[in-house]
Design a protein around this ligand. Structure first.
Ligand SMILES: NC(=O)C1=CN([C@@H]2O[C@H](COP(=O)(O)OP(=O)(O)OC[C@H]3O[C@@H](n4cnc5c(N)ncnc54)[C@H](OP(=O)(O)O)[C@@H]3O)[C@@H](O)[C@H]2O)C=CC1
Ligand SMILES: C=C(O[C@H]1[C@H](O)[C@@H](CO)O[C@H](OP(=O)(O)OP(=O)(O)OC[C@H]2O[C@@H](n3ccc(=O)[nH]c3=O)[C@H](O)[C@@H]2O)[C@@H]1NC(C)=O)C(=O)O
Length: 298
């Protein structure tokens, strides 16, 4: 989609800002505009590449915010029914890095082409409460504090740069599509088994797999989120694994598979397969790719 534009439909302190954004608008331009305008709710999503229309597809998220928290409507072209439709969040099947738009295809590619996304944002000079420990530490505040929007944006960009997650054409270490694998969501018993397996491999006093709340599955059962980056690292694929390339892990973050300048899609997939298989062998956890593959399989 090439159409760009940000239109404020209404803005008042009671109802907040209701903003319609054309799908082709660069995502980070919209975040910058929101920060300038005093609209809170997407400042933690600063520095993410791509277009606004792509953000509901995988429910883009970072540093404690997900677009599903502020999306009010998604206007799409339905390729199957050949008509324009409007989806409200309750129908979008949003979950961690997932949505109806990602899971539904028509003749081999996505069924829905996003035309416009409407956001409902809070009118505020301060950010939403800082929900991510590293970000709070970087800002020198407690988790849950609110800081000026521009400070939150700058702190997020700093965190992303430190992890090599802000694209810089001059630096191959940033030539990635962000996290290549999603963080595994495990049942509590599976996480216990992972902890035991890690102890057997890394020693009883060795590092323990991270454990974060992972929400619930469709049946309401509790899930535990662990860290794909940690599993990759501890399975023997440290930062910079695969250098000099053509594809290699970033030297700043093991979850970023980077193109060192001349990597083909096949090179990236071969590295991803090696990492996935190594993690499976070491820990019995199967990593799932975050980007959608076209013409390749893992
Ligand atoms: N924390 C996070 O969640 C992060 C997420 N990312 C995501 O990685 C991606 C960066 O990749 P890049 O290729 O530069 O980004 P793009 O925005 O160009 O496209 C990304 C994907 O979204 C699809 N897409 C784009 N626009 C639409 C639309 N209007 N309707 C339906 N599907 C659409 C594209 O499909 P097609 O190829 O068929 O056009 C493509 O598969 C972005 O989606 C970004 O949000 C990156 C870093 C961090
Ligand atoms: C960049 C993306 O999103 C990112 C998002 O920016 C950040 C911040 O919220 O949190 C997720 O990364 P992440 O889980 O790797 O977060 P980080 O804070 O960088 O790392 C988590 C933990 O992994 C471990 N870690 C990280 C890097 C590394 O090289 N080695 C390692 O072991 C550490 O234990 C660290 O504490 C998202 N990735 C996924 C798959 O959920 C993306 O999806 O493309």
């Amino acid at each position: 989609m090439r159409s760009e534009g940000i239109a404020v439909e209404s803005a008042d302190y009671c109802g907040g800002a209701f903003v319609r954004v054309q799908a082709g608008t660069p995502w980070d331009d919209f975040v910058a505009e929101a920060v300038r305008s005093g609209w809170a709710g997407i400042e933690a999503l600063s520095g993410i590449p791509g277009a606004v229309g792509a953000t509901p597809v995988q429910n883009v998220g970072a540093y404690g915010q997900e677009v599903s928290q502020t999306i009010a409507q998604v206007r799409v072209y339905d390729r199957e029914q050949q008509r324009i439709r409007t989806f409200f969040p309750v129908d979008c099947r949003f979950s961690y890095r997932h949505s109806l738009f990602k899971e539904t295809s028509h003749r081999g590619t996505g069924r829905y082409v996003v035309l416009e996304v409407a956001f409902q944002l809070e009118i505020a000079d301060l950010s939403r409460p800082i929900a991510y420990a590293d970000l709070a530490a970087g800002l020198g505040v407690e988790q849950g504090a609110r800081v000026p929007l521009a400070d939150a944006r700058e702190a997020v960009l700093e965190q992303r740069r430190r992890r090599g997650m802000v694209l810089d054409p001059a630096d191959h270490d940033t030539w990635s599509c962000g996290s290549f694998f999603t963080n595994p969501l495990l049942r509590p018993a599976e996480h216990d088994a992972l902890v035991a397996r890690a102890a057997a491999l890394l020693g009883p006093d060795g590092p323990v797999p991270p454990r974060f709340p992972g929400g619930t599955d469709d049946s309401g059962a509790e899930l535990v989120k662990t860290s794909a980056a940690w599993l990759i690292d501890k399975a023997g694929f440290g930062k910079g694994y695969g250098l000099p390339g053509p594809a290699a892990l970033s030297t700043k973050h093991t979850l970023a598979l980077t193109n060192r300048g001349h990597a083909t899609a096949a090179d990236v997939v071969a590295l991803a397969r090696e990492v996935r298989d190594g993690v499976q062998q070491a820990f019995g956890v199967t990593l799932v790719n975050e980007p959608v593959f076209v013409g390749h399989e893992l």
